[in-house]
Design a protein around this ligand. Structure first.
Ligand code: ATP
Length: 305
C-alpha cells in the first residue's frame, strides 16, 4: 500500500481539526478528498507530507512512517500545498532548477525540467519571473515542483484553484495520466473535478470520514437514491399515509398538493406509489424521479452531522 493512515488525529490548541481517521490507498488510485470548508482536508494532507506534526495515530507513506522518517517520505511524495509557496523572485526555469537540486537530481536535471515544463504546459511562460505569472500559471509551477522528482505519491491541495476552463483540461489530463502509475490524493470543492479525475472518493466532515468508496459505487448508489416528486389532485394523502408506502425513507411537503418521497430504491417506490394510488383512490397529477448526483450525496453527508 502506498499510504496507510491509522486512527490519525490532529488537535490545534483547543481545535480538533482531524479526528481518528483511517484509510489505505494503493498504486493507481486517484482519490478525491472532499469536504466543506474547515473539514480537515488540508490538515490531513499536511500530516501526510510531514508539514504539521501528528497529534495521535499513525501515517505511513511508501512504507515509511511520516513521524519517524520524514525525509524518506519527502523523497517519495510530491506536494502542492493550498497556499502554494513559490519563490516569486525566481524565473520559472531557475526555480525548477533549484527544486531539482533540492531533490539531488544531478545529471538528469535538465531533461527532467524540460519534460515537466512540457507536461504542465509551462513552455510559453518559462522565461518569466514567477511573480509576473497569472494565478493559473503559478499553480502550474506549483504542480511542476511537486512532480520534478517523479514521486510515487502526489498530494495536491486544491490543484485546480485559479484555473480557467482551458487550463482545467490540461491538469485533468496530467492527473489522469499520472494516476495510472502513482497514488494521487487531491482535494477540491468541485464535484465535476472529482468525476473527471478520480476513481475513489473520501468525504470528510468536521474532521471525520463520512464516506469512502469508489466513484463508480457512489454514482451507482446515487442512481438508486433520490426522491420522487409527486403531485396529487383533490384530497391528497397525509404524511403518515405516504410514509407507509414501501421503500419510502422520509417525505417532504413542497406545496399544498406536492410531496417529495425519499428512497434508496426509486424504482420500487415508483411501483408502490402507483399501487397505493390505485388502492386508495388517489389521483396522481404528476410524478417525477430525481436521482442523486455526487453533489447531492456530498450535501447530504456533510449537512446532517
Ligand atoms: N494552524 C492552525 N491553528 C489552529 N487551527 C487551525 C490551523 N490550521 C487549521 N486549523 C483549523 O482546523 C480545522 C481544519 O482546517 P483545514 O484547513 O484542515 O480544513 P480544510 O478542509 O482544508 O478547509 P478548506 O476547504 O477551507 O481549505 C479548521 O477548523 C481550522 O480553523
Amino acid at each position: 500500500m502506498s499510504i496507510i493512515v491509522k486512527q490519525l488525529s490532529k488537535v490545534y490548541g483547543e481545535q480538533q481539526a482531524v479526528s481518528d481517521i483511517s484509510f489505505t490507498l494503493g498504486k493507481g488510485e486517484v482519490v478525491g478528498f472532499l469536504g466543506p470548508n474547515g473539514a480537515g482536508k488540508s490538515t490531513t494532507m499536511k500530516m501526510l507530507t510531514g508539514y504539521v506534526p501528528i497529534t495521535s495515530g499513525e501515517a505511513t507513506v511508501c512504507g515509511f512512517n511520516v513521524a519517524t522518517h520524514p525525509l524518506e517520505v519527502r523523497k517519495r511524495v510530491g506536494y502542492l500545498p493550498e497556499a502554494n509557496p513559490l519563490y516569486l523572485d525566481m524565473y520559472v526555469r531557475e526555480f525548477l532548477g533549484f527544486m531539482a537540486q533540492v531533490h539531488n537530481l544531478g545529471s538528469n536535471s535538465q531533461r527532467r525540467i524540460d519534460d515537466i515544463i512540457a507536461l504542465t504546459g509551462l513552455t510559453p511562460e518559462v522565461s518569466k519571473k514567477i511573480q509576473s505569472l497569472s494565478k493559473g500559471y503559478k499553480q502550474r509551477v506549483g504542480l511542476a515542483q511537486a512532480l520534478i522528482h517523479d514521486p510515487e505519491v502526489l498530494i495536491l491541495d486544491e490543484p485546480t484553484n485559479g484555473f480557467d476552463p482551458n487550463q482545467l483540461d490540461v491538469i485533468r489530463d496530467v492527473v489522469r495520466n499520472l494516476g495510472k502509475e502513482k497514488t494521487i490524493v487531491l482535494s477540491t470543492h468541485i464535484m465535476q473535478e472529482v468525476e473527471a479525475m478520480c476513481n475513489r472518493v473520501i468525504i470528510i466532515n468536521k474532521g471525520k470520514i463520512v464516506a469512502d468508496d469508489s466513484l463508480a459505487n457512489l454514482q451507482q448508489g446515487g442512481a438508486d437514491n433520490g426522491y420522487i416528486q409527486v403531485s396529487f389532485g383533490g384530497q391528497g394523502p397525509d404524511e403518515t399515509e405516504l410514509l407507509s408506502i414501501g421503500g419510502v425513507t422520509h417525505v417532504r411537503q413542497t406545496d399544498a398538493h406536492g410531496w417529495q418521497l425519499y428512497t434508496n430504491d426509486l424504482e420500487i417506490v415508483r411501483k408502490n406509489l402507483l399501487q397505493f394510488a390505485l388502492i386508495n383512490n388517489r389521483n396522481i397529477l404528476s410524478l417525477q424521479s430525481n436521482s442523486q448526483s455526487l453533489e447531492t450525496i456530498f450535501r447530504e453527508l456533510t449537512n446532517k452531522f
